[in-house]
Structures are given as structure tokens and as C-alpha cells.
Ligand binder design. Structure first.
Ligand code: BGC
Length: 892
């Protein structure tokens, strides 16, 4: 049934009355209360809330106070910065413009806003940030320490060195006002003070191109110090620096580990400020000792080996006898600059209890964690010194109930734990796995559910969207998307968390970036990754197929993958109004455009056979078509971005280039009747329509052809990574919502529903990664079971359509200041409810199709406006407030 609306009733519009605007959720550089900001002019933002909507519900002006102490701030003294009353409606991207900030400075701040009626708000609750170490050169030299270990290959040919342990002792002689630790590693480290971990992070300092930059993390450790003797310690493992990364073994590349160096090393500096104003620094260098410990192997892909009998209790606490430890060796400084971390490191998100434990054989048990995720486990066992337990991880089970590990390829993904006596708990901290099942071998007696707990790890990206609707299938799809994003927004946007890959594939993230933003606040996460991408740009201008790019040999560039270099900055600008990310990426983007222009033939791109419409099912677009379509899209986005950062000449030039490419494109590919004869397939129509390549009068004919092709294909896709989301978007843009919903709800192959009916708890790399009928080989038996990830977000890019069209929450121009509300109700689904916490506040959209009427509810946040466009209705403007509408349905 199609819905049309006969009459409309506005049930309520809570738009009257005083606004009572207040500012909250104060953030610096997109982070709440961040420690160790390296940016000298950080950007501040806040979120507005209002008691009621209406005309007063806009921010007419703001005033920011930044003070060097809480007390000064409480007295309303902005000794660092008093912005004064600034007439502006901006609530984000406000660049700090006060007194120059010094290293380690703590900044306390608050904000006051004036509403449209000129009424001032009370001051917001105070917030803070602290600056990192800004001038390394002015201070004592940065010293890194290491311990040289040479490890022979094991019987499988793997080289898996033990973790290094470092420690030092120091005396705190006076009352401490504040102590801050700055730490980094060539490798990954866990910093410990007086027996406790500083912070709760994993895999710090994360992955960058260490040849170009290496981050340090900042921890306020005031509470961890004690009077008298103190101890600092760190465990350091290979991580991405020296450990196995990617598919080196598989592809027999020049190397599969030690991409950036051989000996992992530690940098640490603890700055203590005493109450009497004096200071003390504790730094890596002479005076630090090193040893080995219980972590016998620690590798991100291969797993961790831990021998609890080798624990040295108290090694990271005062009073420990370290006479058997050796002096740590000095390590050369890394080539890359030591810079403040830009984003929060990987942390624990939640713990999960197994849903079942099944015995597989003598001493072998398989735990089912109930869903696919990335992370680790907590093992709790008793007794049995010297007994070794083996933990193998897998995403699926084979038909006979055994663990399926073929798709892990060369990732050993196995942990070993050798027990000591008594009650013991252990959780690997220097590796992670993508899994649902854990096979535990070696227990003497039957385990309980409490023996193993799942620990979900992810980069912290605050939840931004909620989604719920009348179809259980679609709700499951949304959960699978969020789970898969959580598993892969893991230090960098990885393609998958389980096999010997886990790389920042550019094609995957360019297709998924906008979806990611609806699910979570990824501003800081993706801004950091854009620097990885910039660092990995090839000398001749192409962006690589993944970033960071550790290999020395260059890989050929790939259309639709390399274009992430333009699409991701543009997405951050659209979603977060972020022009600084655009500025930062701009020189690289220009070099990339030059590279494309130089390679163009008659304003179009030649075929570069690489990944095409990766994993397409059936006929898809040709390589030259894809490359040229993305070329046109890039040029158009560049014109917009150049304009946004004040590069007028460039903006005009790119607009002209985009127009030329479009003309050439139409001439070459689009027939006068709107068909695309040489590329008559779903992906071709979808890309041409979504990238604005169609002359407008022909676009409808193209969209109709697309819809007809899908119908003729049994309402199913014939697309891959590139085509899928664009098909959905193109259909809805040109009036074929019903066909788009058909695809969404399709339970036959290929489609999301098909994977779900086959048991998916995450988004799979292929629609038929597993089927009850055909197993792991794919429906035609032609699938590569090894290239078969069960946690791959690319096909989750439908989330973008679910928000922009189904719920209808979109932005017109950057930053959701002008919101588009254009929900597309569908009677098959019945109802849908969702919200999105944009940079401009929380937007709500709900609809319910009843027997006679369709009802809607919207919330438009303060200081924004929305264009409401409902099917069959004139569009109208809404101001801030909450609205409900009801329309009569008309059967067609
Ligand atoms: C990855 C992808 C990636 C692709 C390139 C795969 O191995 O897992 O998601 O985009 O290679 O074709």
C-alpha cells in the first residue's frame, strides 16, 4: 500500500513561551575533559538545551571564560581568556583566542549564552582540559629505553618475542599538587604506577606511521602517587610497530612484521608539581631497569602467551627488589615527531557473559559469547600450577560444532595461559581478537559460565543515534551495524578485526563514513585517521588503499578507495561543520586532484583494474565508469570544500572541472533516453544518480530504469561495496522508496535479511559468508572461505539510508544548523523511531502508519531550523521545538 495524505492536522507544536536556553556538554577538540591537548588553539564547543521551543530559542551571543584555576573561574575571572560577549550563533569550532597556553597548563572554562530575546543564560557547569607537553626541545632531551631481545622462529615459523618490562623508583618528598604522566612507546605499552594502571587504555599510543609521527598519551596520576618511595613501571610489546601486521605472510610481501623497527621502546615522563611550587620530573633514561616477565609472547594478530609462574609480584610497586633486573638500554629516538594523542585510545566498552558452554572433547570446551565482537576475555580459574590452558577464538562454528578458524588465515589468534597456584584471574592485554566463540582447552574440571567473560574493546566514540522500528529484521540489522562498527572503530577504521588484515581500508571507510556518524560521534576518531591517511599519501599524489600504510613497496592506487582522501574530509565537514579537518587535508587533496587530472583522458579516468565494485553479485559497473564517476564526485566536493576554507580561485576551478567531467561523462556513458547502455547495471545508475552526473531532465528516467532492473531481479541487489548504499539513496531520491524498502526487507540472497536469517549477529563481508544450506563456501561453492569475515562494516553503509531517508534526518549544508526532515513511512514496517545527537543538538524523528492515518513526531533542537518535507505535502519550515502531525492515508 502506498500512502498519500489527504489532510493534515498539526497536533501540537510546543513552540511558545520563553526559551530558557542553557549550554552543556562542553568539549574541547571534540573530547570531554581531555588531558594533554597538543593544539595550541584548541576548538571549544557546547550543546544547547531549552525548556521550550520558539523564536527565542536561538543563540544570539555567547561568552566564554577560560581560567587557570577553578577558583578564578568560580569568581568569573577569565585570566586566560574572556571572549567578551560575542554576537554569534556558533556553538562549535570556536577557536581559543586567549593568552598563549603553556605546556601542561590546566584550563578551566565555562560558557554563557544569550537567547533570541536577549536573555542571558546562567553560566554553564565548569569544564576543563589540560595542555600536553608543547616544547620538547626547551626541556631535557627525550629519552627512549628498550631491552634488546632476539627471538628465534617457533615451529610454525613465527617470531614472537616476549613483552619487555621496565621499572624505576622515585621519592615523593613533599605534598603533591598535581602529577601528570606523559608516555609513549615504539610498540604498545601499559603504564603502571604503584601497582595500578595509569588510565584504563589498551594498545597505547595506537597506530600511526611512526616514521612520521608518534603520539604520547597524558594521564593525571596525582591520585596514584604516595608520600615516600614510588614506583613506575611499564609493559611494552610489539604492537603495530614491530609485530605482525596485515597480510604480509599471505601475500609473501617483503615482510610481515617489524615494519617500523625491531626493538619496542618506552618513553615516559612524570611531571610532579609540589604544593610549594617546586617541580620534579621522572623520565625514562638512566635509572630505569628492564626485565622479562609473565607475558612470553604478545602479538596483535597471533595472540598472547602468559606464564603466571613468572609473575614478579610487586614489580610495579615500591619496595620491590629489582637487583636481578638489568639496566634498561637507551633506544634511538623515533624518526617521527612526538605529538600529543589526538583521540581517546581503545578502552573496554562492556563485559559479556557467555550464553552457552559446550564440551567438545576431553578438556575442550567451547564458550558462545552470544555475539560477534572485538576484544578479549577475562579468565577465572583455580589451582593447577604449571597446567597450560589454550584459548582459540573464532567467529563461527563448523557444521560438526568445532571452531571455524579458516577465515583467520595467518592470524593465529590463540592465547596460552600457564597457571600458578590458587585462585587466578587473567586477561590478555597486548592482543585482541574478533570472535564470538572461544575454545578453551586444558581445564581439569568442567568450567562454569563465570570461567570466561567477554571484554568488548573499542575506540571510545560516544553513541549518537538510536533506531527502532516495527520490523524485527531491521532492528537486528541496526544492532548488527552498531556491533560491527564498534568492533572495527578500533584505533583506526579497520576492515575487519579477526584475520591477518585489520587494515584501514580506504574504500570501506569512504563508503561507510556517513553511516558511522549516525551511529556514533566519530569526529575525533576520523580526524585522527585522516592524518594517517595524509601520512600515507603516495609521493605522486594518490591516496593508498589503506592507511596507515606500513609496506615499503607501493601498491597501485585504486579508484573509489583512494577517493576516501576527499570524501572523508568532506563528510566530517558536512556532519560536524569541521573546516579545520578540511584545511589540514587540503594540500594533500590538491595533490590528489592534480594526480587525477594528469591521468585523465578527455576529462575521464581510464580503467584501473583493481577492486571495482568489490564483491558485487552479478553484473556491475566497469572500472573506467567507476573511476570517472568518482573523479567527478571528487571535483564537486573539492569545489565545495575550497569554498568553505576561503580558497575562492580553487573553488571556481574545481567547479569548472566538475562541470567538464560531467559533460564528458554524459557524452560517454548516458544515452539521450537516460539509459546507460554500456553499463546497464544497478551500480552504474546508482553512482551516476547519487554523484549528480545525470542531466536533471534525464535523471528520473535513469532512476526508473534502476527501479525496474531491481524489480526484474526479484527485488534484489546485484551490487558490491560501492553500489549497495548508492542504490538505496538513488531510489529514495527519485521516488522509489517502495523499491528501497523492498531491498531492505528482502530475505533472499543477496540482502541483509538473508544474512540475518542465516544467523548474522554482525555485518558480514559477503551476504552469504555463511548459509545454513551451503556452509562457508558460498551459495555457488565459489566463495573463498578464507576471505570471509563476519565483521565487516562495508555493507552496513545502509545505515546512512536508514537515517537520511527512512527516518529522514539529514543536514542541508554543514553541521545540522539547517536540518532536513524527510521521513519516508512504509506500511510494511509500520512504525519507526529514531534520534540523532548532531553537533547542533538532538534531532528526533518518529512515524507510525496506522489504518487510516499516519502520525509523525519531530524534535528540532534549539538554535537550528528544519525543512520538513513529507510525502505528498508542501515542504514547510520548522523552528526549534517538538511537533506532532497526523495525516489521513489515501490508498493507491
Ligand atoms: C578487505 C576489504 C578491502 C578489499 C579491497 C579486502 O581484503 O577486507 O574490505 O576493501 O580487500 O578489495
Amino acid at each position: 500500500m502506498k500512502i498519500a495524505f489527504l489532510a493534515m492536522t498539526l497536533l501540537s507544536a510546543l513552540t511558545a513561551g520563553a526559551a530558557e536556553l542553557t549550554a552543556g556538554y562542553l568539549r574541547c577538540e571534540y573530547r570531554s575533559a581531555p588531558e594533554g591537548i597538543g593544539e595550541r588553539s584548541p576548538r571549544l564547543s557546547w550543546e544547547l538545551t531549552a525548556q521550550e521551543g520558539g523564536a527565542a530559542c536561538v543563540q544570539r551571543a555567547y561568552r566564554i571564560l577560560v581560567a587557570s584555576s577553578e577558583e578564578a573561574l568560580a569568581r568569573d575571572e577569565g585570566d586566560l581568556w574572556d571572549s567578551g560577549k560575542v554576537v554569534s550563533d556558533a556553538t562549535g569550532g570556536i577557536v581559543y583566542a586567549g593568552r598563549p597556553l603553556r605546556s601542561q597548563q590546566v584550563c578551566h572554562w565555562k560558557v554563557q549564552v544569550w537567547d533570541g530575546g536577549g536573555e542571558p543564560s546562567p553560566w554553564s557547569a565548569p569544564a576543563r582540559w589540560s595542555m600536553g607537553l608543547l616544547e620538547f626541545r626547551d626541556r631535557e632531551p627525550v629519552r627512549w629505553i628498550t631491552r634488546r631481545i632476539r627471538t628465534a622462529p617457533d615451529t610454525a615459523g613465527l617470531v614472537l618475542p616476549p613483552a619487555r618490562y621496565f621499572r624505576t623508583a622515585f621519592t615523593v618528598g613533599k605534598p603533591v599538587r598535581r602529577a601528570v604522566a606523559y608516555a609513549s612507546a615504539k610498540g604498545i605499552y601499559e603504564l603502571r604506577l604503584n601497582g595500578q594502571q595509569a588510565g584504563c587504555d589498551y594498545f597505547t599510543p595506537g597506530w600511526t606511521d611512526y616514521r612520521k609521527r608518534i603520539y604520547y598519551n597524558t594521564y593525571d596520576v596525582t591520585g596514584l602517587l604516595r608520600p615516600g618511595e614510588n614506583a613506575a613501571g611499564a609493559v611494552v610489546a610489539d604492537g603495530w610497530y614491530a609485530g605482525y601486521v596485515g597480510f604480509g605472510i599471505l601475500e609473501r610481501l617483503e615482510r610481515s612484521r617489524e615494519f617500523y623497527g625491531i626493538d619496542p621502546a618506552l618513553f615516559c615522563r612524570i611531571e610532579i608539581e609540589y604544593a610549594d611550587g617546586t617541580t620534579q620530573s621522572v623520565m625514562t633514561g638512566p635509572g630505569w631497569k628492564s626485565s622479562e616477565g609473565p607475558v612470553r609472547q604478545a602479538d596483535l594478530l597471533m595472540g598472547e602467551v602468559y606464564d603466571a609462574r613468572l609473575e614478579q609480584p610487586g614489580w610495579d610497586a615500591p619496595g620491590f627488589d629489582d637487583s636481578a633486573w638489568e639496566a634498561a638500554e637507551l633506544s634511538v629516538n623515533p624518526d617521527g615527531a612526538l605529538e600529543a594523542a589526538l583521540t581517546d585510545p581503545v578502552r573496554e566498552a562492556e563485559r559479556i557473559v557467555p550464553v552457552s558452554v559446550v564440551q567438545r572433547g576431553p578438556g575442550v570446551w567451547i564458550f558462545d559469547m552470544g555475539r560477534n565482537f572485538a576484544g578479549t576475555v577475562l579468565l577465572k580459574v583455580r589451582g593447577g600450577a604449571g597446567r597450560t590452558l589454550m584459548l582459540r577464538y573464532g567467529e563461527m562454528l563448523n557444521a560438526d560444532g568445532s571452531l571455524m578458524t579458516e577465515n583467520l588465515r595467518h592470524a593465529r589468534a590463540t592465547d596460552f595461559y600457564t597457571m600458578r597456584d590458587g585462585e587466578q584471574e587473567w586477561s590478555p592485554r597486548m592482543t585482541y581478537h574478533g570472535f564470538r566463540y572461544v575454545e578453551l582447552t586444558g581445564l581439569e574440571s568442567a568450567p562454569g559460565a563465570e570461567t570466561l567473560t567477554g571484554i568488548v574493546l573499542t575506540s571510545p566514540t560516544p553513541r549518537a543515534g538510536t533506531f527502532e522500528c516495527g520490523s524485527e529484521l531491521v532492528n537486528r540489522l541496526w544492532r548488527n551495524i552498531t556491533t560491527t562498527q564498534q568492533a572495527n572503530f578500533f584505533e583506526i577504521p579497520t576492515d575487519c578485526p579477526q584475520r591477518d588484515e585489520r587494515l584501514g581500508w580506504t574504500g570501506d571507510i569512504q563508503i561507510y563514513a556517513r553511516s558511522a556518524t549516525y551511529n556514533a560521534d566519530v569526529a575525533s576518531f576520523l580526524s585522527k585517521w585522516l592524518i594517517d591517511l595524509d601520512d600515507a599519501q603516495r609521493s605522486y599524489g594518490a591516496y593508498p588503499s589503506y592507511a596507515p600504510y606500513p609496506y615499503a613497496i607501493p601498491m597501485e592506487y585504486a579508484p573509489a578507495w583512494m577517493d576516501a582522501g576527499v570524501i572523508v574530509p568532506w563528510t566530517l565537514w558536512q556532519v560536524y561543520g569541521d573546516t579545520r579537518a578540511v584545511r589540514r587535508a587540503y594540500p594533500g587533496m590538491k595533490r590528489f586532484m592534480d594526480f587525477l587530472e594528469q591521468g585523465a583522458q578527455g576529462d575521464l579516468q581510464p580503467a584501473v583494474p583493481t577492486f571495482g565494485d568489490w564483491l558485487a553479485v552479478g553484473r556491475t559497473a566497469s572500472d573506467d565508469f567507476i573511476a570517472s564517476a568518482y573523479y567527478a564526485y571528487d571535483a564537486a566536493l573539492m569545489a565545495e570544500m575550497a569554498g568553505a576554507v576561503g580558497e575562492r580561485q580553487d573553488s571556481l576551478r574545481y567547479a569548472a572541472l566538475a562541470a567538464r567531467i560531467r559533460e564528458a561523462f554524459v557524452r560517454r556513458y548516458i544515452a539521450p533516453d537516460g539509459l546507460i547502455p554500456g553499463n546497464d547495471c544497478q551500480t552504474a545508475y546508482a553512482l551516476a544518480l547519487c554523484f549528480g552526473l545525470y542531466p536533471e531532465p534525464l535523471a528520473q528516467a535513469g532512476a526508473d530504469r534502476l527501479a525496474a532492473m531491481i524489480e526484474a531481479n526479484g527485488g534484489r541487489f546485484s551490487t558490491g561495496f560501492l553500489g549497495t548504499k548508492h542504490v538505496m539513496m538513488a531510489l529514495s531520491r527519485y521516488g522509489h522508496d517502495d523499491v528501497a524498502y523492498g531491498l531492505l526487507l528482502q530475505t533472499e540472497y543477496p540482502g541483509w535479511g538473508y544474512s540475518i536469517l542465516n544467523g548474522a549477529t554482525s555485518i558480514w563481508e559477503r551476504w552469504d559468508s555463511y548459509t545454513r544450506e551451503y556452509g562457508f563456501g558460498g551459495r555457488d561453492g565459489g566463495n573463498n572461505a578464507r576471505m570471509n569475515s563476519f565483521s565487516h562494516y562495508a555493507f552496513g553503509s545502509v545505515a546512512e539510508w536508514m537515517f537520511r531517508y527512512a527516518l529522514g534526518i539529514d543536514t542541508e549544508g554543514p553541521g545540522y544548523r539547517h536540518i532536513l526532515l524527510r521521513p519516508r513511512p512504509d506500511a510494511r514496517i509500520g512504525w519507526m523511531k529514531g534520534s540523532y545527537r548532531s553537533v547542533s543538538g538532538e534531532i528526533v524523528s518518529e512515524w507510525e502508519v496506522g489504518r487510516r492515518t499516519t502520525r509523525y513526531r519531530f524534535v528540532v533542537p534549539p538554535n537550528t531550523r528544519a525543512t520538513l518535507s513529507l510525502p505528498g505535502q508542501e515542504s514547510r519550515m520548522l523552528g526549534p521545538g517538538e511537533y506532532e502531525f497526523e495525516f489521513k492515508n489515501r490508498k493507491q
